[in-house]
Design a protein around this ligand. Structure first.
Ligand SMILES: [Zn+2]
Length: 403
């Protein structure tokens, strides 16, 4: 047994109650010294990394580029999950079935507190907005998940699918919950132009991207129900969730050691033992703060300061270029654009303009090239007319990278 404080060692039917009661009671601090020793004893990678160290704060953060070097120690089958990555680099994580189930339970923790009315027989139906274009049929085969006394049924809606198609699924399924990629949910409500209040949705709970105030307003206005955000990462699991009582973000600090740092949030999940992550660094920035009100949820509270929506572009010198640097929208006559960086570093700018041929088109091309050259130094580039030619459908990012 590794991290004895993690609830994942308990029998699965006890997870929900444990996560519930712990959230309602004052936290005992995780013993960082013991935790450090646990890592030191896991494998040679950590033994070497922690040689001579006894202070947690001296432990070098684990970078995404190092992930593949962390040894895997497991006797069970491991399943891979790919992250689209906050650095533009894909990360592959490997978890056992138990770890994956517990990760799921942690993601469901907030729903133990959210105001939800299950259907008869304690059924809760949810539609999750995910990458891609595929939308589940209403009669899809279910692999239900039992948690907190309810049976959860799930449908998936690809955020690149037509809003009409997603709407048709919602009308048939009548989900209590909409979850999933924030920009996909926002795009859906903004493009559908239909009233959504009658669908019976009780909670909108986005995740995966920073929820801006304007996005929150869009979602709230469309459904006229609570919008409760969640924060996490593929590699680490669910880190924080918005509280229905105080509206702050409570941190799952009993299962993940979360540290705020100016270099990016550091996360140490205590329920991943096969390929454990010690102070794993994400590019997002968070800040802990004192609880504003006397909330019944006793988990610590934080604010997400910065979390990107797009991938980074890497220039010829290996430097990150913020996706927000590009302002192609300002080019007159340009209708749409998508910037994609190929795995060899070349930038491919897909675009649509109002008059594709002739002089205006030429002028637009020149302006696009000028901006690209000014912002990204030392990379080859190609222009490609027709945004639709981009095969990859992701989180509706306008800046994506294979690097
Ligand atoms: Zn609260």
């Amino acid at each position: 047994m590794w991290f004895p404080t993690s609830a994942h060692h308990l029998p699965q039917p006890e997870w929900a109650n444990t996560l519930l009661s712990r959230a309602l009671s004052d936290q005992t601090e995780v013993n960082l010294y013991k935790c450090l020793e646990t890592f030191r004893n896991h494998d040679e990678f950590y033994a070497e990394r922690l040689a001579g160290l006894s202070d947690w704060r001296d432990i070098p953060p684990l970078e995404k580029s190092e992930l593949a070097s962390v040894p895997i120690i497991a006797t069970e089958i491991l399943y891979e999950t790919r992250s689209s990555g906050t650095t533009g680099k894909q990360a592959v994580i490997k978890n056992t079935v138990l770890e994956r189930r517990f990760r799921q339970a942690l993601a469901y923790r907030p729903f133990l507190f959210y105001p939800l009315q299950p259907s008869p027989n304690n059924i809760i139906r949810q539609v999750i907005f995910v990458d891609g274009k595929y939308v589940d049929p209403a009669d899809k085969q279910q692999w239900s998940f039992n948690f907190g006394g309810n049976t959860w049924l799930t449908w998936r809606a690809g955020i690149a699918a037509s809003p009409e198609k997603i709407h048709a699924l919602l009308k048939l399924v009548k989900p209590q919950i909409l979850r999933g990629l924030t920009s996909g949910l926002v795009r859906f409500v903004e493009e559908l132009h239909r009233p959504l209040e009658g669908l019976g949705v009780q909670i909108v709970s986005p995740s995966g991207e920073k929820l801006s105030d304007s996005w929150r307003t869009s979602l709230h206005e469309a459904f006229a129900i609570p919008v409760l955000d969640r924060y996490g990462a593929t590699e680490t699991g669910s880190m924080a969730w918005q509280c229905p009582y105080c509206h702050d973000y409570h941190v799952n600090s009993d299962e993940i050691i979360v540290e705020d740092s100016s270099e990016g949030v550091l996360a140490t999940p205590l329920f991943i033992e096969s390929q454990p992550l010690l102070r794993y660094r994400l590019d997002d920035r968070i800040q802990f703060h004192a609880a504003q009100k006397n909330c019944r949820i006793r988990l610590p509270v934080m604010t997400v300061l910065e979390a990107r929506r797009d991938d980074w572009i890497i220039d010829g010198a290996g430097l990150k270029i913020s996706p927000l640097s590009f302002q192609f929208e300002r080019v007159a006559g340009l209708k749409a654009w998508h910037l994609h960086q190929l795995s060899n570093g070349t930038l491919r700018l897909y675009f649509d303009c109002e008059t594709p041929s002739g002089l205006p088109g030429k002028s637009i091309r020149e302006q696009l090239i000028k901006q690209l050259q000014e912002i990204v130094i030392g990379r080859d580039y190609e222009l490609m007319e027709g945004v639709w030619k981009l095969k990859q459908v992701g989180k509706f990012k306008r800046v994506t990278s294979d690097l």
